[in-house]
Design a protein around this ligand. Structure first.
Ligand code: GDP
Ligand code: MG
Length: 326
């Protein structure tokens, strides 16, 4: 697929409209990250959106681990939520945020879907759902430093942060999170920092031990409880990471996903159709995706303990960018 900066207009027959909008861009000459305020305004400051509470769902983590691929299923759910089967036709290619084969590195940045999805809760309240994709790398120390702005900003502005990991949750993954939360707390220094962020959803892809711990939420919760346990034998730094995470996030979950099958990772012309994806993976999408986005499960973005509106979110983006200016 092409570069992510291209506008991709999706045909209306897919009941999907919109395209990924880059909002945080790294300047090629200076390497400095810049917020595209105009692009952000085009998404958030529209009549019917700007005065609504928001749920910002972001997927973050290392590159080439299926983040955009997953987001396109979230997008499909948002577009087809009124249909009996939101996954739709099993031979349709998967479109939306661009995902691709291979291991070539891409630029870092943040993209949001151009069209927030208006979702009505049973109470009648309407929430604007914003899907956010991130691009960054954690593979070397220098790229990690580069990506910190991307991930710390993502954490600050999202209400559901899906932390996408491969195979298992490692100590390094927790350490990275702690680095990002420290920026977030700095940005919220005037507020009570307890539970500054809302939901953290660990998502383990290609979970390797299903016979020991089953796929899904329950297995995930077991893995999470074990890794977040504080024990006297742990290094004090490792104990701190765990305390910090519990303190920063109101809600921490984990989901263990199966491998999507070999066509997904090996076929050069795989286009994302369900027919080519392992049925077990698809069954787990049917559980995971509504768990994240069904109306009653939406988590509103809050700041200082109060839900914020799309208009406020726009302003927070600008405020939070100040934290990264030395
Ligand atoms: P991103 O860089 O994290 O956004 O990764 P992409 O969504 O672009 O996907 C990179 C590659 O991983 C693509 O070839 C996908 O087909 C493949 N992929 C998607 N989901 C999974 C998964 O759950 N496990 C594995 N092993 N590969 C996946
Ligand atoms: Mg991607």
């Amino acid at each position: 697929m092409d570069a992510c900066t291209d506008k991709q207009i999706i045909s209306s027959e897919d009941r999907m409209s919109g395209y990924p909008v880059p909002i945080l861009i790294q300047n090629e000459d200076t390497s400095v990250f810049e917020l595209d305020e105009e692009a952000l305004a085009s998404v958030l400051l529209n009549t019917g959106i700007e005065d609504k509470h928001v749920c910002v769902l972001a997927v973050a983590g290392a590159f080439r681990k299926g983040k955009s691929f997953l987001l396109d299923f979230l997008l499909r759910y948002c577009c087809n939520r009124d249909s009996e089967d939101w996954l739709g036709d099993s031979s349709s290619p998967l479109r939306g945020f661009k995902w691709r084969q291979g291991s070539k590195r891409e630029t870092t940045g943040i993209l949001v879907w151009s069209k927030p999805f208006m979702v009505k809760k049973k109470s009648g309240e309407e929430i604007a759902v914003i899907l956010m994709d991130t691009q960054g790398t954690f593979d070397t120390q220098s790229s990690m430093k580069d990506s910190t702005v991307v991930f710390a900003l993502t954490m600050m502005v999202s209400s559901v942060l899906v932390y996408n990991l491969m195979n298992n949750i490692q100590e390094d993954d927790l350490m990275n999170l702690q680095t990002f939360t420290s920026y977030g707390i700095q940005a919220q220094e005037d507020c009570d920092t307890s539970h500054a962020f809302q939901r953290l959803q660990f998502l383990v892809r290609d979970w390797g031990f299903p016979y020991e711990t089953p796929y899904g939420h329950k297995g995930g919760q077991g893995v999470l409880d074990e890794i977040l346990q504080i024990t006297p034998k742990q290094h004090p730094a490792h104990q701190d990471v765990r305390r910090d995470l519990r303190k920063c996030f109101r809600d921490i979950n984990c989901y263990l996903m199966p491998h999507p099958g070999f066509k997904v990772i090996q076929h050069a012309n795989f286009d994302g159709k369900l027919d080519d994806i392992d049925p077990e993976f698809v069954e787990h999408l049917r559980v995971l995706v509504p768990h994240l986005l069904a109306p009653e499960n939406l988590v509103k973005k809050e700041f200082g303990g109060q839900p914020i509106k799309a208009r406020d979110l726009y302003n927070f983006f600008k405020t939070f960018m100040e934290v990264f200016k030395d």
